[in-house]
Ligand binder design. Structure first.
Ligand SMILES: Nc1ncnc2c1ncn2[C@@H]1O[C@H](COP(=O)(O)OP(=O)(O)OP(=O)(O)O)[C@@H](O)[C@H]1O
Ligand code: SF4
Ligand SMILES: [Mg+2]
Length: 331
């Protein structure tokens, strides 16, 4: 299947006075055309830093120390890690070829301009159309994301809209230039469950209509089950398992994936708390030796898992796992 993005052995570190945080440490995965790839893992495992690396919007203290991010654009390939983060090339890609939606819609909109003015501006920046045409397109997009009174909302300020409405506007803005790839970083986490379901449904509808690819970042396996075609599971800066969504839920291999799946609340069973995975997430300045999950793993093998790093093994076509239970212990 045609790929739109290939990430190879990406390493992104933060140099802080307390030490170096290896936020992303050898991550590789592909995103195919027209698919939704779910990127899941607990807080702090490096999901957002991975997405920020693609668009080159990393904080100043971060540095890409290794790897490639190959973007397929108009029949050519472009390594995004080589671009100047302030340069024209990446600015041209941002919003047009690759756009991003965030957990907090206020992060995408300035409070001092109307929603419509900001969406029109984004279109004019990338396309040679008149202001009237851009405005018409914005109203159409707002209707597509099921905003009632789109003709009125276009002239409203962000603070006049509810969180759910603003999230719809953000999706409309992100999709208005028909990007090849949409990076959605916890797009619905801040919303209540009913609105969350509506927004996810809407995203999937638009993705099908435009045949775009989505990297859907979430810590919620329920969202992954509902939305994704394939899943990459991340733990402490590594991808530990990748598979088609159905395969991953039916046959999870990595002990961490198994634990994440046990943490999904079952319908009809009221739990006051989610079942959490035992053990503490290690200190990011002091990553464990060997397998990074070893201090929390139920299948831990002493003398192996704490000594050597497990290699990634393709157990069956398309299903990869990084764990000694599935091979790789011999030199
Ligand atoms: N600006 C920053 N300065 C220093 N460290 C950072 C910065 N941003 C992220 N990190 C560190 O990088 C690691 C990965 O962070 P990241 O934000 O990618 O996690 P995440 O998987 O997106 O988590 P969450 O689910 O909470 O959003 C964490 O250890 C975090 O503390
Ligand atoms: S390599 Fe060892 S510690 Fe790591 S997940 Fe597999 S069994 Fe557990
Ligand atoms: Mg994040």
């Amino acid at each position: 299947m045609e790929k739109v993005l290939e990430i190879r052995d990406l390493k992104v570190y933060f140099d802080l006075t307390e030490g170096t945080v290896k936020a992303v440490d050898g991550v590789s995965f592909d995103i195919r055309r027209g698919e939704i790839l779910g990127l899941v893992g607990e807080s702090g495992c490096g999901k957002s830093v991975t997405a920020q690396s693609i668009l080159r919007i990393l904080p100043k203290s971060a540095r890409i120390v290794n790897g490639e991010i190959v973007f397929h654009r108009n029949g050519k390939t472009l390594d995004l890690t080589r671009l100047d983060p302030e340069g024209e090339e990446i600015r041209d890609i941002r919003g047009k070829d690759i756009s991003m939606i965030f957990q907090e819609p206020m992060a995408s909109f300035s409070p001092v301009y109307t929603v419509g003015a900001q969406m029109i501006e984004a279109i004019l920046l990338h396309e040679n159309v008149s202001k009237e045409e851009a405005r018409k397109r914005v109203v159409e997009m707002l209707k597509k994301v099921k905003i009632p009174n789109a003709e009125k909302v276009v002239d409203m300020y962000p603070f006049e809209l509810s969180g759910g409405m603003l999230q719809r506007c953000m999706i409309a803005m992100a999709m208005s230039l028909n990007p090849t790839l949409l990076l959605a970083d916890e797009p619905t986490t801040a919303l209540d469950v009913t609105i969350q379901a509506q927004i996810l449904y809407l995203m999937k509808e638009l993705q099908k209509e435009y045949h775009s690819s989505i990297l859907l970042i979430t810590h919620d396996m329920g969202v992954v089950a509902q939305m994704a075609d394939r899943v990459a599971v991340m733990y402490l800066g590594n991808i530990v398992e990748t598979a088609e969504v159905f395969e991953l839920f039916k046959n999870p291999l990595h002990p961490y994936t198994q634990a994440l799946l046990r943490s999904i609340p079952k319908i009809g069973i009221r739990k006051t708390r989610l079942e959490t995975i035992k053990g503490m997430v290690p200190d990011p300045y002091n990553l464990p030796t060997g397998c990074r999950f070893h201090n929390r793993c139920e299948k831990f093998m002493k003398g192996l898992c704490d000594v050597k790093e497990p290699p990634e093994v393709e157990v069956k076509p398309g299903h990869k796992v990084k764990c000694f239970l599935y091979g790789g212990e011999k030199e």
